[in-house]
Design a protein around this ligand. Structure first.
Ligand code: SF4
Ligand code: FES
Length: 252
C-alpha cells in the first residue's frame, strides 16, 4: 500500500505545532501501526530529518504507553485495541491517515505525538493503594472473595492507563480511568478500610487537575482498549455519595 501520513509535528511544549504530510510506500498489511511509523522514522533519520516522537514500550497492548488519535479516533479504527496492536490491514491503498497526539488539556503535548500523562499519576497517588499490612503472600483461599466481586475487580484492574478515555471524551474527563483505579481496590476485602476516602480523594484530585467533568457522553468506554465499563463510573459516584452523605470523609 501507498499511504499519505498527515502527522502532528511539534518541537516542544511551548512551540506551535502543525500537520506535515509524508508519503509512505510499500506498507504491508501485516505491519503494526508503530512498525509503519518506525519505517518512516528510519527514512527521516537517513534523510537527516528529525524522526517523529511517539510513546511506546511493550508493543503488546499491556503497558499503556502508546496512544494517538488516528483519523480522529483514539487508538484508530479497530475497536478495543491499542495503537501498538493495530495493524495496517485496517487501511487501504491511497488512504490519507491523520495522526495526532491525545487532545486533552490535562495531557499537554511534550513533543510531536508524545503527551504528559502525569495527571494520571497524581490521581493514583491520591488513593490508588491499600494500607493493610500484607506480609508474605497469603494462601490463595485465605480470604474468600465472591466470584462476581473478583470478576468485577479484575475487569477494573485491566486498565492500562493509556488515556484513550480522556482523549475520546468531549469534556476531556478522566472519570473512566479514575473509576477503574478506585473500584478495583474498593471491591476487594483488602481495599475496604479506605474504600470511601479513596473514592473521595481520587475524585477530588481528578477535579482539581485539568480534566473536564463527566456528563455521561459515553464516548470513553467504546474507546477503551481494555473494555472498562461505564458502570465503573456509577460505582465510584455511589462510593463518593455514601462518604459525603455519611460525612465519613472530606477531601484532603
Ligand atoms: S479506562 Fe481504558 S481508555 Fe481509560 S486509561 Fe484505562 S485502559 Fe485506557
Ligand atoms: S506499547 Fe504497550 S500498550 Fe502499546
Amino acid at each position: 500500500m501507498r499511504l499519505t501520513l498527515r502527522v502532528w509535528r511539534q518541537a516542544g511544549p511551548d512551540e506551535d505545532g502543525r500537520l506535515v504530510d509524508y508519503a509512505v510506500d510499500d506498507v504491508s498489511p501485516d505491519m503494526s501501526f508503530l512498525e509503519m511509523l518506525d519505517v518512516l522514522n528510519e527514512r527521516l533519520v537517513l534523510d537527516g530529518e528529525e524522526p517523529i516522537a511517539f510513546d511506546h514500550d511493550c508493543r503488546e497492548g499491556i503497558c499503556g504507553m502508546c496512544g494517538m488519535m488516528i483519523n480522529g479516533v483514539a487508538h484508530g479504527p479497530e475497536r478495543a485495541t491499542t495503537t501498538c496492536q493495530l495493524h495496517m490491514r485496517h487501511f487501504s491503498d491511497g488512504d490519507v491517515v491523520v495522526i495526532e497526539p491525545w487532545r486533552a488539556r490535562a495531557f499537554p503535548v511534550i513533543r510531536d505525538l508524545v503527551v504528559d500523562r502525569g495527571a494520571f499519576d497524581r490521581i493514583i497517588e491520591a488513593g490508588g493503594y491499600i494500607t493493610a499490612p500484607t506480609g508474605s503472600a497469603p494462601d490463595a483461599h485465605a480470604i474468600p472473595i465472591p466470584k462476581p466481586d473478583a470478576d468485577k475487580a479484575f475487569e477494573a484492574a485491566a486498565c492500562i492507563g493509556c488515556g484513550a478515555c480522556v482523549a475520546a471524551c468531549p469534556n476531556g474527563s478522566g472519570m473512566l480511568f479514575t473509576a477503574a483505579k478506585a473500584t478495583h481496590l474498593g471491591l476487594l476485602p483488602q481495599g475496604q478500610p479506605e474504600r470511601h476516602s479513596r473514592a473521595v480523594d481520587m475524585l477530588a484530585t481528578h477535579d482539581a487537575l485539568d480534566f473536564g467533568g463527566c456528563t455521561n457522553a459515553g464516548e470513553c468506554a467504546p474507546a477503551c482498549p481494555k473494555g472498562i465499563p461505564l458502570e465503573s463510573i456509577a460505582r465510584l459516584n455511589r462510593d463518593v455519595l455514601r462518604a459525603t452523605v455519611s460525612g465519613a470523609h472530606k477531601p484532603r
